[in-house]
Design a protein around this ligand. Structure first.
Ligand code: ADE
Ligand code: ZN
Length: 325
């Protein structure tokens, strides 16, 4: 099974490029940019990556980004991720990036996206791995700030395939960004939203995604399983759910794996993804798939179905860029 999973061509649909910042690179960029870190070595940093819930995770994630300052930094971050997953036979990946987390620190949108794009092009030319970008909107910031990020993105329209919604879900429902996502749709972007780090309001947030926003995909979406109506609706629409089975520290991986198995058995279009691998014990796609398979005893056929679901649900051919698939 190990060889089968590692050797299988794979696609990833839910990863945050800033969440692939490994402690070693963080230390190197901190030295280069004269940024003070709370710990001196990569090992000490990695040991400090403990969190109890989404908000303590997000605090780590956003503070980690402080070392990313130049176009070259974003290039190195992205290239390192693409190189790493290429070695695991990931042949296609859709990466979220969070421009507001950088523009709010005084880093230009152009600096961020140009570095990422250069790495995407180089990785495609040199390694053959293809990738596309999803603009992540930070839902704990205002709808005005989201609209501004969307407008900034339009100058790079050909480099971005979709718009997503991430960061802290509590008190920030999908409908807060209704106009932003309507505009994104009108501009031709595909739409996705994170749903479900919450227990309360989860079903309601997923309903809003389906009925008000009209998303093309749901990131996470575990609580679909709590509601028979949602199960039927999501299945009927072949709506892709991007499960991340190492993702949320307050929801242990075995529980996520069990939910994944149930989703497969219900005939839902579910996929496995890594979310923020550098902060989640450096598990990339092969390890997450293998751990999930072992936790609940998925069959080879079920593992292959996960891979097929990802390729079928990828926004391949949706991008307008010269080099996108
Ligand atoms: N941004 C990066 N990782 C995230 C996650 N797991 N949930 C919400 N927002 C995120
Ligand atoms: Zn995510």
């Amino acid at each position: 099974m190990d060889a089968f999973i590692r050797g299988m061509p794979k696609a990833e649909l839910h990863v945050h490029v800033e969440g692939t910042l490994e402690p070693e690179l963080r230390v190197r960029l901190a030295e280069r940019n004269g940024v003070e870190l709370p710990y001196r070595t990569a090992d000490e940093l990695a040991a400090s990556y403990a969190y109890q819930d989404l908000s303590s995770f997000l605090a780590l994630y956003f503070s980690g980004m402080d070392v990313l300052r130049t176009e070259q930094d974003f290039f190195e971050l992205t290239y390192a991720y693409l190189q790493r997953v290429h070695a695991q036979n990931v042949v296609y990946t859709e990466m979220h990036f969070d421009p507001q987390a950088h523009t709010s620190r005084g880093i230009a949108f152009d600096t961020v996206i140009s570095g990422i794009r250069r790495a995407q092009e180089m990785a495609q030319d040199e390694l053959g791995i293809r990738s596309q970008l999803i603009l992540g909107i930070l839902r704990d910031m205002s709808a005005e700030s989201a609209m501004e990020a969307l407008e900034q993105s339009l100058a790079y329209r050909d480099w971005i395939v979709g718009v997503g919604l991430d960061s802290d879900e509590k008190g920030n429902p999908p409908v807060k960004f209704r106009e932003v996502f309507e505009r994104a749709r009108a501009e031709g972007y595909k739409l996705t939203m994170h749903c479900d780090h919450l227990q309360e309001n989860s079903v309601e947030h997923i309903r809003q995604c389906l009925d008000v926003i009209g998303v093309d995909r749901i990131d996470h979406g575990y609580h679909v399983l709590d509601d028979e109506g949602l199960i039927d609706d999501v299945r009927r629409r072949h709506m892709c759910l991007t499960f991340c089975t190492t993702s949320n520290p307050s929801d242990p991986a075995p529980r996520r794996a069990a939910e994944l198995k149930r989703a497969l058995e219900l005939g839902l279009n579910v996929t496995v993804n890594t979310d923020d691998p550098a902060y989640m014990r450096s598990y990339y796609l092969s390890e997450v798939l293998l751990n999930t398979q072992q936790a609940v005893g998925l069959s080879r056929e079920q593992v292959a179905e996960l891979a097929r679901n990802a390729f079928r649900s990828a926004w391949i051919g949706e991008g307008r860029g010269r080099r996108t698939l």
